[in-house]
Design a protein around this ligand. Structure first.
Ligand SMILES: Nc1ncnc2c1ncn2[C@@H]1O[C@H](COP(=O)(O)OP(=O)(O)OP(=O)(O)O)[C@@H](O)[C@H]1O
Length: 278
């Protein structure tokens, strides 16, 4: 069980202090898949970094199985939007790298790297260098590398945001399958509500200024899920409606006072792409 208990976070800035997160409480069961959505700047990445132990909360705490998280650890692996592979290492060596640092034997790391590269369907490319791969393939290497660390928690910060939609669809299917096989606890930050609903057991909608939890949606739909499914579309539209309010609030604070999503949207339907690229 991963617990976020009364977490608040402020940063010192030139104009005083930000209230990036305020009293955030989440309980994540082992093996649960949680998506976190919210307007830009509501503190999603900050929360993920605090759970990862890369950032300290101003107040509150993170506990994992009852033990306080005080630093980054191999039990909570983070995956970012950019794959951040070592360009001078081959695919397989990139996947092996973390295990090498962790002290695994050469044979064991090779065996595990091959296992997880097979899981992300990249066995034909193990001897390639990162620059020889597409963006989607590089993210799959990053995913294999994260999986190979055997962490029980995977923290994913917009891991597919930079990919084209076809590649993203493939990775959604792969990730659903991998999660099903490995039953890892996953916290997945995204701007894309469809992606959030496709993948998660629960979608947490955050509000901004201060960053806090607005609403939690339970997604009780069978897997694997398909974006064209009407039930998926229904949950997506419910979340969009909730999120729209928050996005509008943030935009109003940043744009001129006469701005509104309806008035200033050039989209035929203001809901149609809401959440993508906020
Ligand atoms: N190290 C820092 N120093 C000062 N302010 C910070 C720092 N890190 C984050 N912030 C502020 O905290 C707020 C939340 O940032 P964060 O990146 O967590 O939001 P987010 O919801 O992930 O945003 P986005 O969706 O745009 O990625 C922002 O206003 C940001 O400027």
């Amino acid at each position: 069980m991963l617990r976020v208990e009364g977490v608040s976070k402020s940063f010192a800035t030139k104009n005083g202090h930000t209230h990036t997160l305020q009293d955030v409480n989440i309980e994540i069961a082992d093996g649960e898949f949680i998506s976190l959505v919210g307007p830009s700047g509501c503190g999603k990445s900050t929360l993920l970094n605090i759970i990862a132990g890369l950032e300290e909360p101003t107040s509150g705490q993170i506990t994992k199985n009852g033990k306080k998280v005080t630093e980054a650890g191999p039990d909570r692996v983070v995956m970012f939007q950019e794959a951040a592979l070592f360009p001078w290492l081959k695919v397989i060596e990139n996947v092996e790298y973390g295990m090498k640092i962790a002290g695994l034997s050469k044979e064991r790391r090779r065996e595990k790297a091959l296992h997880f590269l097979k899981m992300v369907h990249l066995t034909r490319f193990i001897n390639c260098y990162p620059h020889e791969l597409s963006g989607g393939m590089r993210q799959r290497v990053a995913l294999a590398r994260a999986l190979a660390m055997d962490s029980d928690v995977l923290l994913m910060d917009e891991p597919f945001a930079a990919l084209d939609s076809q590649t993203r669809n493939i990775l959604h299917r792969e990730l659903q399958q991998i999660w099903w096989q490995t039953r890892k606890t996953i916290l997945f930050v995204t701007h894309n509500v469809e992606e959030a609903v496709l993948l998660a057991d629960r979608v947490i909608v955050m509000a901004a200024n201060p960053g806090r939890i607005k609403r939690v949606f339970n997604v009780r739909l069978a897997r694997p899920r398909d974006i064209d499914n009407v039930d998926v579309a229904f949950v997506v539209s419910e979340i969009m409606a909730d999120l729209k309010e928050e996005v509008e609030k943030v935009a109003k604070a940043e744009f001129d006072s006469d701005w509104s999503l309806e008035k200033n949207s050039f989209l035929p339907n203001p809901y149609s792409d809401l959440g993508n690229g906020i």
